[in-house]
Design a protein around this ligand. Structure first.
Ligand SMILES: Cc1cc2nc3c(=O)[nH]c(=O)nc-3n(C[C@H](O)[C@H](O)[C@H](O)COP(=O)(O)OP(=O)(O)OC[C@H]3O[C@@H](n4cnc5c(N)ncnc54)[C@H](O)[C@@H]3O)c2cc1C
Length: 502
């Protein structure tokens, strides 16, 4: 990937933004190339005969955001992962991000980036290094057209998805990716893995990212956009922060559409019959999502259909929709734990609503509370029956041996596009449909759940050929996952990611 040549391609930016980025980039140029490019000296003749070399390294750039170096521990949302960086920073400007990356003495490597810290794996782990939290760089700069004429929103990397959805909703616009997670940040989902049973669109967030601006390993600002750098952009979107820290994205938007969900519970007497029913229902709607209880051979199906233009849930659907939304939020917060939920109200048979209204934020739980934990695996649609049948057999065997069952399984369907646009990792199998079949539990620290997840990795990845995610699949070993090493720069590579490079 040629990262140098695309420097400063921010011509599409809104004027204020363009000014900020260009100023910062020029400052970096001054820092990197030294005094001969500063001032007015344009030709060699004008340069004084002897320019003394700088006596010392250029002075460190100031860092103005929050800086903490007291040895505190930081945790992910589920409090299942802990890390003690030497330095933790919350930049308040792009120049702050550059200052951190470019100053190895003050900010020891590796430098890793986080957003909402909602991920379940060790991805946030960076003991002794520098963690950059993007949470304060969360502005939405506005709408514009990209080089290909598409309508896009320019948004900073720390922006939470719910904030972005609300902003677009107010303008009768949306992105197709409307998974229920509202706390994930744009930068994380642009460079990482996601899943959503989307109405139209791909079903993973990064598919809609048509340009991004990042800070590279030298501290310089780079921009990649699809019309000019399609290959480099596509590779960067598979890089989990290993190629650079995303500070801003252009994300394609479309006019808002409403969703009609048809809910139904199915119960079957064999896993084959359950798989066949799910397949039939998935084929008959615009998007399909389900919660599955393998031990009961049952599923709550959500068949989604496009229901015409509209940005907000119609009044006619209230108050039923809001009750459903709140129930769903609690169900996810508590990881489908039946004992911690009010007696569920059965969903309505059908309801029309805005999917953006169904995106939620989740409170940060205590370790004493039940809270969502899960494992992620991508499979190809023709594998649906085999995955359900073999996962059922594994689950029953595990229950008989250990008396443990996950609380349920969540099933998403994602459309894959051409491989050139998703060259590595999830959804890189070329055009087709993928599904993910994710076991869910409500206590990430439960030893039996952890054992279940580790044992199921062998089934899902090695027997069933599923693809895992370093952000959404826990307990991976180097045999389970390879991340192309050309995506990784040493300055950004933590030991967690180093083990997967190949
Ligand atoms: C309650 C709950 C519900 C969830 N539901 C869903 C769901 O429905 N669908 C789904 O797909 N996922 C879901 N998730 C998973 C979540 O969306 C992903 O883990 C997401 O990546 C988290 O975003 P974050 O900002 O918290 O990332 P973090 O956990 O803070 O960071 C994860 C990684 O992203 C990378 N990264 C972060 N910021 C940047 C940046 N600016 N530049 C480059 N790389 C960066 C780094 O590798 C980092 O380690 C859920 C998680 C929880 C806890």
């Amino acid at each position: 990937m040629d990262e140098r040549r695309e420097s400063e391609r921010v011509g599409d930016a809104a004027p204020s933004r363009r000014g900020v980025l260009r100023g910062a980039a020029l400052a970096v140029a001054g820092l990197v190339t030294g005094p001969t490019v500063t001032g007015k000296r344009g030709t060699a003749d004008e340069v004084p005969a002897s320019v003394p070399p700088p006596a010392t390294e250029p002075p460190a750039r100031p860092f103005q955001g929050l800086l903490e170096a007291e040895g505190h521990a930081y945790h992910n949302w589920g409090r299942s992962r802990e890390t003690r960086p030497a330095v933790y920073v919350e930049p308040i400007s792009v120049a702050d991000v550059q200052a951190v990356v470019g100053d190895a003495a003050r900010f020891p490597g590796p430098v890793s980036v986080v957003g909402g810290m909602m991920s379940v794996t060790e991805t946030i782990g960076n003991d002794g290094g520098t963690i950059v939290s993007m949470r304060k760089l969360d502005a939405i700069h506005g709408l514009e057209r990209d080089g290909a004429g598409r309508q896009v929103v320019r948004v900073e990397a720390g922006c939470r998805l719910k904030k972005l959805h609300l902003w677009l909703q107010a303008r009768n616009l949306e992105i197709p990716f409307q998974a229920e997670i509202g706390d994930a940040t744009v930068g994380s989902v642009a460079a990482g893995d996601t899943k959503d049973s989307s109405l139209g669109g791909a079903g993973y967030f990064s598919a809609g990212v048509v340009a991004l601006t990042y800070v590279d390993e030298t501290g310089a600002i780079r921009t990649l956009d699809e019309p000019t750098d399609p290959g480099a952009l596509a590779a960067f979107k598979c890089s989990y922060g290993l190629s650079g820290i995303i500070v801003e994205c252009l994300v394609e938007v479309r006019p808002s559409i409403l969703c009609r969900s048809r809910f139904g519970v199915v119960r079957k007497d064999s896993p084959e019959a359950l798989a066949a029913t799910i397949r039939e229902r998935q084929a008959g709607c615009d998007a399909f999502w389900a919660t599955v209880w393998l031990d009961k051979l049952a599923a709550l199906c959500d068949e989604r259909f496009q229901a015409g233009p509209g940005a907000v849930t119609p009044a006619a659907s209230q108050p039923v929709f809001d009750a459903l939304r709140i129930q769903r939020r609690l169900t996810i917060q508590h990881g489908l734990s039946a004992k911690d939920l009010p007696r569920p109200t059965p969903p309505p048979a059908e309801i029309v609503y805005s999917r953006a209204d169904c995106v939620n934020e989740y409170w940060r739980p205590e370790t004493t509370e039940s809270r969502l934990d899960f494992q992620y695996y991508e499979h190809d649609l023709p594998q649906l029956e085999r995955v359900i049948v073999e996962s059922h057999a594994f689950t029953i065997r595990f229950q008989e041996a250990h008396g443990f069952l996950p609380n349920g399984w969540i099933l998403y369907f994602v459309r894959r596009g051409e491989q050139a646009k998703k060259p590595f990792g999830l959804y890189s199998g070329g055009p087709g449909t993928s599904f993910s079949f994710d076991p869910v539990f409500s206590d990430p620290l439960d030893p039996l759940w952890q054992r279940f997840a580790k044992d199921y990795n062998a089934v899902a990845i090695h027997a069933l050929g599923g693809r895992p995610s370093p952000i959404q699949t826990q307990w991976l070993t180097p045999d389970d996952l390879t991340i192309p090493k050309q995506l990784a720069r040493p300055r950004f590579t933590t030991p967690y990611y180093a083990q997967f490079l190949g």
